[in-house]
Design a protein around this ligand. Structure first.
Ligand code: UD1
Length: 333
């Protein structure tokens, strides 16, 4: 089976993808700088997949070290997850974001070029779409490029770099554009557990559910929605992991050139509905307060899922109800 290099900086999506790949028989080489992850996740992956992985503690900004990974292992393709992603932090520390996300990616592309590795899956984001000059739903052909913060800029810039590399080097690259991955593997041996205060809804709710935090804060209840709280398309992380697997198969088996694919579910849940779902799972109240809107929250974002169906033969299958049931089973076990 082909050997896949997985770059990792934040272990939520990558760990679920690793399990999907290992279960499908791929060999994995994983590099991470452990900046927002913990090494024990490798044991959980081993427990779930029964397959060893090669791991090296590499910061992808270290060009030499990264190169040594390619010289030691025969890599057939790369799945690139090594990015940092907190919007507010990127506004405070823009250079940290350019350095981690853009410089790191350039090093990776240089190493791939040196070792003639031409297949890449990139974790992109629906935030690359230009929400100023057009209305969603976005298709993959919609304009990209209106970025309101440095984190989104890094995703946009990297997509441009990948387009250049495809044109100059004839690579096969798929950028998966997604927005809100949540939930966890049904075993709950892996889940999103950031080392710092979570920025995103689900890990924060989990910490309130477990009693680690006293209450949840709803950012805005004056939106033009049925319950006033904002609505998102939340994708189950296992579905998202399987989309990475499907994209990998595609680049390994065909000429894709550079292409992007939206990975969404086409279902919407408000913040209050999410709180109610979590309450049902844990059988207890989630205390919450209402606070002002976050300045960067975009007013609307919907992306078409047609290409994921036709091009990758993928549909998001796991419903919120099933995911909630998994969690309830785990909590009651
Ligand atoms: C954010 C980023 C996106 C990033 C994604 C995954 C924006 C607009 N987008 O998406 O770039 O790729 O995270 O990391 O910032 N909410 C609360 N209280 C909380 C946390 C969230 O009410 O403590 C609400 C938000 O206002 C939003 C929804 O929950 O309506 C989802 O928020 P979040 O999980 O942060 O994801 P996004 O903002 O959609």
């Amino acid at each position: 089976m082909p050997t896949i290099l997985v770059t990792w900086w934040c272990w939520f999506i990558w760990s679920h993808t690793a399990v999907a790949l290992l279960e499908d028989g791929y060999d994995l080489v994983i590099v991470d700088n452990l900046s927002n992850s913990e090494i024990w996740v490798l044991d959980s992956i081993d427990e779930l997949s029964w397959k060893p992985v090669v791991y090296d503690s590499v910061d992808i900004r270290d060009e030499e070290w990264l190169s040594s990974i390619f010289s030691t292992h025969s890599i057939h393709a790369v799945i690139h997850f090594a990015w940092i992603k907190a919007v507010w932090e990127s506004c405070e520390f823009p250079f940290r974001y350019y350095d981690n996300n853009i410089v790191g990616t350039i090093n990776l592309l240089k190493a791939m070029d040196r070792y003639q590795v031409k297949k890449l899956i990139f974790s992109s984001s629906a935030t690359v779409y230009d929400s100023l000059s057009q209305k969603s739903p976005y298709s993959e052909q919609s304009l990209t490029g209106y970025c309101t913060n440095p984190y989104w800029t890094t995703k946009f810039v990297i997509e441009q770099l990948l387009r250049d590399i495809w044109m100059r080097r004839g690579s096969d690259i798929i950028a998966l554009r997604y927005f809100n991955p949540i939930w966890a593997h049904p075993s709950w041996l892996i889940w999103e557990n950031p080392q710092w205060v979570p920025n995103n809804i689900f890990p924060y709710l989990m910490k309130v559910a477990s009693g680690e935090y006293d209450e949840f804060t709803i950012f805005g209840d004056d939106y033009d929605t049925p319950d006033g709280t904002w609505i998102r398309d939340y994708i189950h992380v296992v579905d998202l992991a399987n989309a990475h697997l499907a994209a990998l198969k595609k680049v390994l088996s065909s000429k894709t050139w550079f292409t992007s694919v939206n990975i969404w579910t086409w279902t919407w849940t408000s913040v209050l509905e999410m709180i109610q779902i979590v309450q049902k799972c844990i059988g207890a109240e989630i205390p919450y307060k209402v606070w002002a809107r976050r300045p960067w929250d975009i007013s609307e974002s919907v992306a078409s899922v047609a290409k994921a169906k036709s091009y990758l033969d993928r549909e998001s299958k796991l419903s919120v109800k099933e995911a909630a049931q998994d969690w309830r089973n785990y909590l009651q076990a």
